[in-house]
Design a protein around this ligand. Structure first.
Ligand code: ADP
Ligand code: MG
Length: 525
């Protein structure tokens, strides 16, 4: 046991030392659960508290509302662990500790003596023997992920501000460790799955090739006349094999896309909850303030001559302004949350993975969703204006997610091309993307033009080839247009073509049959 003196400097010193050890454990121990556990233990021993624990926020398994559960705990000798306490699993903030959610969610710490806390909080804390508590948030990529708490069951410990700040920083480190592990695991799983698929496909292809070769060998042995025919067949099989290998690379790409879709769906889910909170609280805030003003108005009516102190303050605080400005503030906050909801909705539609059936969709909505997702890139280094000339379109029967993918690929290329032209321009250059749609003769026609750098004839001719790219390593995959071609022609029985002039810009023209007849047998170029 440590017996540090309690003088300010030495206890702060112990705390910093504890944090240093804990950080080191977080960064060096490979097993993530173990790392956090050992970090807590190191910390507990150095700073001499009785209990340290970490809670993670998540949607309630039944209601979907935000709640929080204890995930890790360290206790000092002789202190009862609470990790199995059922009340600390799926705990609603709103039932017991609403203040915590608002406070921690804004990156602030909670600290103090339990006897001075609100009754609903004491109800949770007192039975655990806690006298003094410090709770700091864990934030992951600006989202309130959970919190780490420090209980003292023996002393009415008051946490110094430097100590609070140091532990708040530790909360960030823990968040970093968690998110790093999480994405490592996701990446590993994704990679494993992909590698397995590649192995499977390669085996299949090899087997097909072997048996084809065997066939050729047998036949040549048996009949010379048949030999030529067999060789021809082997050639066809070689070609098929090549095509299959190409398909395989596209398969990987598609697979990555759908994994990305799932990832997005997960994130969308995580964003939804906090946005709900904000939205819900906004209308409360509005009512509360209206009530406060009502009370104020009554006061003013009945006490028109308040004491000087109030009059002074009344003059300093421009109440009339607040009364006018506050609703506007709420309106813009509401607009903000609506914007988030919109983006989330687009992301959700975009990440749809149930692509096994055709559905009738509003093509313009699909285009707008894709533009929403590309918003950041459109507003990037060279802001690009998007002109929409939408015609009257009936619903289109299609694989919606795949079409979004095509729009995404075409628009991304357009943005790249505009960026390249702007990079090389001597004067400020205004990039423009124009999207035109109309329908006639049972078809939808769609033009997407950009005034970017355009392409050479050679590039235009090879554009739809898999792995053809003019972009530097790491930027282009050369798969975007190959996939677009396949999706439009083979999956939708449509056409895609391209006109481009170097230095002027590019137009892609797509046609899609409104109703999906038998799949067109177009071949990938
Ligand atoms: P990537 O974008 O990964 O290079 P793509 O298949 O999407 O692969 O595009 C292939 C190539 O076609 C690009 O590298 C580029 O040279 C050319 N390209 C595609 N779209 C455009 C465009 N709108 N403007 C100019 N070049 C384009
Ligand atoms: Mg591309």
């Amino acid at each position: 046991m440590n017996h540090h003196s309690t003088s300010a400097s030495s206890s702060s010193h112990a705390l910093l030392e504890g944090i240093a050890i804990a950080t080191n454990k977080l960064l060096t121990i490979r097993d993530h659960h173990d790392a956090v556990q050992q970090a807590l233990a190191a910390l507990g021993q150095s700073i001499q508290v009785d209990r340290i624990y970490i809670f993670e926020n998540h949607p309630h398994p039944e209601s979907g509302e935000v709640c929080t559960s204890q995930r890790w705990e360290w206790v000092a000798l002789g202190i009862v662990p609470e990790i199995d306490n059922p009340i600390l699993q799926n705990l609603y903030y709103y039932d017991f500790i609403p203040r915590w959610y608002n406070w921690l969610g804004r990156g602030k710490v909670i600290s103090g003596l339990v006897e001075e806390f609100p009754a609903s909080e004491q109800e949770v804390l007192a039975p655990q023997g806690i006298q003094s508590i410090l709770v700091v948030p864990i934030t992951i990529r600006d989202l309130f992920w959970g919190f780490i708490g420090f209980d003292d069951c023996h002393r009415k410990r008051i946490w110094k501000e430097v100590e609070q700040a140091a532990l708040l920083a530790l909360g960030g480190t823990i968040g970093g460790a968690i998110v790093q592990r999480r994405s490592e695991i996701q990446m590993r799983e994704l990679n494993d799955a992909l590698e397995q698929r590649v192995r499977d496909r390669t085996q299949e292809l090899q087997a097909a090739k072997d048996s084809a070769e065997e066939l050729v060998r047998d036949r040549t042995g048996e009949l010379r006349v048949e030999k030529e025919k067999a060789e021809q067949r082997s050639q066809i099989l070689e070609a098929t094999l090549q095509e299959l290998q190409q398909t395989q690379s596209q398969l990987i790409q598609t697979e990555k896309m759908s994994a990305l879709g799932e990832l997005i769906a997960g994130i969308v889910h995580d964003i939804n909850n906090p946005v709900g909170f904000i939205n819900g609280n906004l209308s409360h805030a509005e009512t509360y303030l209206a009530e406060v003003f009502q009370v104020l108005a009554l006061y003013e009516q009945h006490y028109p001559e308040p004491p000087n102190e109030i009059q002074d303050l009344r003059q300093d605080v421009d109440l009339d302004f607040i009364r006018e400005d506050f609703p506007e503030m709420l309106t813009s906050m509401r607009l903000g949350t609506q914007r988030i909801v919109e983006i989330v909705r687009s992301l959700r539609r975009f990440s749809r993975t149930d692509e096994t059936y055709l559905q009738a969709v509003d093509l313009h909505g699909q285009l707008d969703d894709t533009l929403t997702i590309l918003r950041a890139r459109l507003k990037g280094k060279y802001p690009i204006q998007v002109l929409k000339e939408y015609g009257d379109l009936p619903p289109l029967e299609c694989y919606a997610g795949q079409l979004s993918q095509v729009f995404m690929n075409i628009l991304s290329n357009a943005i790249d091309a505009i960026g390249e032209r702007a990079d090389g321009a001597t004067e400020p250059f205004q990039g423009t993307i124009t999207i035109r749609t109309h329908s006639a003769g049972g078809k939808v026609m769609l033009d997407i033009s950009d005034n970017g750098l355009g392409m050479t004839t050679e590039t235009r001719e090879r554009l739809f080839e898999s792995f053809f790219t003019t972009k530097p390593l790491g930027k282009g995959t050369g798969l975007g247009m190959a996939i677009a071609h396949r999706v439009i022609t083979e999956r939708h029985g449509g056409t895609i073509s391209c006109a481009s002039e170097l230095g002027q810009g590019t137009t892609f023209t797509l046609t899609l049959p409104l109703e999906r007849a038998i799949a067109g047998k177009a071949k990938v170029a």
